[in-house]
Write a protein that binds this ligand. Structure first.
Ligand SMILES: NC(=O)c1ccc[n+]([C@@H]2O[C@H](COP(=O)([O-])OP(=O)(O)OC[C@H]3O[C@@H](n4cnc5c(N)ncnc54)[C@H](OP(=O)(O)O)[C@@H]3O)[C@@H](O)[C@H]2O)c1
Length: 253
């Protein structure tokens, strides 16, 4: 039995992955943005251990989430699933919301949580259109920053997963494109299969298949897929990690 923590598991792919993993006999701790969503998540998945609460758009709440998770001991697996798509506006820290939730929150949790055995980062095929210069990333909270798109943030998730894979040889760290699937984010008209949208995360989390026991890879429907090669570039990774560190004051060790 593995102990698994899944961000954004009140709904969508995180919720479905949690349900599937519990059905397989694993212990899953959920995460939701507030008490109401946590209660709803636990009602929908009675087998879940508990639900931790944090608004991932807040640096302070995300740091606190890492402490709450660490207080429960080490997890075998962390699935960085929570994400937002068409949001504008700024976080409480004056960051673009997309950047705060999709890029900075997984960075902070990766740095601050006890090191798990496996890490899964939800990216998207849209990362292929991400800004590879990383010039638009803010270095300070409440600072002026250029526009950051959803594609940019999903590229950040791939870069982060590859950076962790390079630095932590004892951890399987991989990124996943779940396809365009009909969740709240994907919308009812999404063409891809919902089941296939979460089975890869479940498989990477707990399978002992040699194909799942790898690191520094990008998967779509349980197969390695093409991703932007610059994500593997150690210099690019360091630029991204340094910018996140300058912004948050937290470093990956
Ligand atoms: N659906 C697709 O077609 C698709 C395609 C490619 C990649 N992805 C990626 O897959 C992941 C899951 O997407 P999904 O389709 O399952 O989306 P979803 O149905 O919108 O679920 C996203 C989850 O993240 C949570 N969340 C969002 N902002 C948060 C915040 N500030 N603090 C805490 N929790 C927050 C949401 O909480 P609430 O329920 O309370 O809002 C929800 O539980 C995302 O990373 C997304 O980028 C999805």
């Amino acid at each position: 039995m593995a102990r698994i923590f899944i961000t954004g598991s009140a709904d969508g792919l995180g919720h479905l992955a949690a349900k599937a993993l519990i059905k397989l006999g694993h212990e899953v701790v959920l995460h939701a943005r507030n008490e109401v969503r946590a209660k709803q998540a636990l009602e929908k998945i009675p087998g879940a251990k508990e639900a931790l609460i944090a608004d991932l758009s807040s640096i302070a709440e995300t740091k606190l989430l890492a402490s709450k998770a660490n207080a429960l001991g080490s997890f075998d697996v962390v699935i960085h699933n929570a994400g937002v798509y068409q949001v504008s506006g700024q976080s409480v820290d004056g960051l673009p919301l997309l950047y705060a939730v999709n890029s900075i929150a997984p960075y902070l949790l990766t740095c601050l949580m006890h090191k798990p055995k496996r890490l899964v980062y939800l990216s998207s095929g849209m990362h292929l259109q991400g800004n590879t210069t990383l010039e638009n990333l803010p270095l300070n909270i409440h600072s002026e920053s250029s526009r950051i798109t959803y594609s940019d943030t999903k590229l950040h998730d791939v870069i982060l997963s590859m950076a962790v894979a390079r630095r932590w040889a004892d951890v399987y760290s991989n990124a996943v494109d779940p396809g365009w699937v009909p969740t709240k984010m994907g919308g009812t008209g999404a063409p891809d299969n919902l089941e296939k949208g979460f089975e890869t995360q479940v498989w990477l989390a707990v399978s002992n298949d040699p194909e799942a026991c790898v690191s520094g890879k990008y998967f779509h429907h349980k197969r390695q897929d093409h991703f932007l090669p610059i994500s593997m570039d150690a210099t690019v990774q360091e630029v991204f990690m340094t910018k996140c560190e300058k912004l948050t004051g937290v470093r990956l060790t």
